[in-house]
Design a protein around this ligand. Structure first.
Ligand SMILES: [Fe+2]
Ligand SMILES: [Fe+2]
Length: 362
């Protein structure tokens, strides 16, 4: 019989080697969770969790750790911990204030059409991150952007795959068609996560999954947590579809600007290719998502209209927060990262200079 630890799971089984190691804590809640995942210590209690800032570093990192167990996990955590009932209780306690805050502060639209139509209107002032990088971004800023986005792009489209068993008919067929493209349409070298790893290599970044977790700001973490929250809950399938539609609708014009930014900064051919690919692909995906996924879902389940709108609004809200963080730092000529990042090797083109000061292992 296996030795059981206090969480009830056998020791030393199913440790995955594909994930990163556990990160540094960002407060008491994430510290307790990290210790628990290492097999020791009590979990944070609900009072401690409800006292934390819902969009703050500590809560968001704790939530990210819980979610990551459903993706590739951590190399120093047993894979069986994914279904540890005590952890799932904590995850639910962390999700509740996050979701409530988004419902209270991000909700703007009541109907999916209103929320998605508004995304088609490009801001006149052109003040977004992709505008900045296209017009005046430097290579170190492009590198920071890629490092922070890597927490999602190295698992691109994975959170959305969870919605497939929860859809039916046109919505399911449309979603599967888009996901097929995201996962390379049968070609491993065309998987979008692979293309992003190639982009990172051009920039001299470390392409290991989850490598930049410690460096990533809470605003970027929250955007990734949002997808996991929507993807893992069947009750939030409408919000997941709203999220996906928002990403696909805004991706093509944003990718065009980022492709220009890659060319202007000399980021490299794979970096250009990642965004060029998304200009083409997402122009098609946008149509499929609106015509088949959103319309198909609402035909089957019209009561999800408000949830689709909420998913779109919550995505825009968290993306705006991330843009504020990035642009605020860059306009002040400061790093947007929590920990300096230096190239893992000399980038193919452009400056090999470190970002920020001090040493961080590449
Ligand atoms: Fe993609
Ligand atoms: Fe896409």
């Amino acid at each position: 019989m296996c030795e059981l630890l206090d969480h009830g799971y056998p020791a030393g089984m199913n440790v995955t080697s594909s994930g990163p190691t556990l990160p540094s804590a960002r407060g008491r809640i994430s510290a307790a969770l990290i210790e628990y995942l290492r097999h020791t210590g009590p979990l944070p209690d609900s009072e401690e969790i409800s006292a934390a800032a819902p969009l703050g570093d500590d809560l968001q990192l704790a939530l990210y750790l819980c979610y990551e167990l459903h993706y590739r996990g951590f190399s120093d955590v047993d894979a069986d911990r994914e279904w540890d009932p005590e952890l799932l209780k904590v995850r639910a306690a962390l999700e509740q204030p996050f979701l409530q805050t988004l419902r209270d502060t991000a909700t703007v639209h009541r109907h999916a059409d209103e929320a998605l139509d508004e995304l088609l209107v490009e801001p006149v002032d052109g003040s977004g991150v992709s505008h900045f990088l296209r017009d005046e971004g430097e290579l170190w800023q492009v590198r920071e952007y890629a490092a922070q986005r890597s927490l999602y792009h190295l698992k691109e489209a994975d959170p959305h795959a969870w919605v497939l068993p929860r859809l039916w008919g046109r919505a399911k067929a449309g979603m599967a068609a888009v996901e097929f493209d995201e996962f390379g349409a049968g070609r491993a070298d065309r998987v979008h996560a692979r293309l992003f790893a190639d982009l990172m290599a051009d920039l001299g970044l470390n392409t290991a999954y989850g490598h930049y977790l410690d460096a990533t700001g809470v605003e970027a973490l929250a955007t990734v947590n949002l997808m996991s929250l929507f993807g893992l809950h069947r009750v939030l399938r409408g919000a997941l579809v709203g999220h996906f539609a928002t990403v696909e609708i805004t991706s093509s014009p944003g990718s065009r600007r980022l492709a220009q930014a890659m060319r202007r900064t000399g980021a490299g051919p794979a970096a250009e290719h990642f965004y060029d690919e998304h200009v083409e692909a997402d122009a098609v995906h946008e149509q499929v998502v609106r015509r088949d996924v959103v319309a198909g879902l609402l035909e089957e389940e019209p009561h999800l209209d408000g949830d689709v709108a909420f998913g779109a609004d919550a995505t825009t809200y968290l993306e705006d927060r991330l843009a504020e963080r990035l642009l605020g730092a860059w306009r002040a000529e400061e790093s947007s990262l929590r920990v300096p990042v230096r190239p893992a090797f000399r980038p193919r083109t452009g400056s090999p200079a470190s970002v920020g000061t001090g040493g961080e292992a590449p």
